[in-house]
Design a protein around this ligand. Structure first.
Ligand code: PEP
Length: 247
């Protein structure tokens, strides 16, 4: 039985002071028995790690594929580990589209981070034109096979299916369509890697809000959600964590 996984992605939002306010707000609440993660900007990681309840994981939103050296502006797994951070999001569509992270770079990062013991959330998802051309299943399959190529520590991987046209737009993929893609992803994982497919969690992301989280999370093959905008507000994020109250 895969435990539901509720993950927030703050993107480039919140100063350390604002992160501290959020940590205090969320620490005070009773939260359902789900796994919880917040992926925050690098400058917020330390304050969150020190102030959030220990059952909430803190993740980076990106990491270098290199161990150390002349890579101006980059952050290494060693640096993150020294702060007690062991989780990272890799291949978010904003990294792919705005910073031109190709599948081979995403793959190098996933390989490096998992070898260094990190738990990785690998993001995949198609653009609107790819979906309209009915090429979304094939597109996501390639992203997964390329992103996980030669990755040995598959038990450290979570997949987040995030259709680009649903991210930050208010256009949620229907729960049925999201479930279809998550089933497809599990199928690819099973055919490629065998039984471990049943242990890998597959999340949906794209305009998840307190009012649609319960429907999405009630689907069998959707093991959690990756939440952008609604994770910035502690009350909204708590409502998503406690989604069972809306079932
Ligand atoms: C995201 O940042 O991964 C995301 C899904 O954003 P939003 O929930 O705002 O669509």
């Amino acid at each position: 039985m895969r435990k539901k996984y509720i993950c927030g992605n703050w993107k480039m939002n919140k100063t350390p002071d604002e992160a501290l306010v959020f940590a205090k707000e969320i620490n005070e609440k009773n939260l359902d028995d789900v796994d919880i993660l917040i992926a925050a900007p690098f400058v917020d990681l330390d304050i969150l790690k020190k102030n959030l309840n220990k059952n909430i994981k803190v993740a980076a939103q990106n990491v270098s594929e290199y161990s150390d050296g002349a890579y101006t502006g980059e952050i290494s797994t060693t640096m993150l580990k020294s702060m007690g951070i062991n989780d990272v999001i890799i291949g978010h569509s904003e990294r792919r589209d705005i910073y031109f992270e190709k599948d081979y770079i995403v793959n190098n990062k996933v390989k490096h981070a998992t070898e260094e013991g990190f738990d990785v959330i690998l993001c995949v998802g198609e653009s609107l034109s790819t979906r309209e051309n009915n090429e979304h299943f094939e597109f996501v399959k390639n992203q997964i096979l390329e992103g996980l190529d030669d990755v040995e520590e598959l038990e450290q991987v979570t997949i987040a299916y995030e259709p680009i046209w649903a991210i930050g737009t208010g256009n949620t993929c229907s729960a049925e369509d999201a479930e279809k893609m998550c089933e497809h992803i599990r199928d690819i994982l099973r055919k490629t890697y065998g039984d471990i497919a049943d242990k890998i969690r597959i999340l949906y992301g794209g305009s998840v809000k307190p009012n649609n989280a319960a429907e999405i999370l009630s689907k069998d093959d959707i093991d959690g959600v990756l939440v952008g905008g609604a994770s910035l507000n502690a009350n909204d994020f708590i409502k998503i964590i406690n989604y069972k109250e809306n079932l």
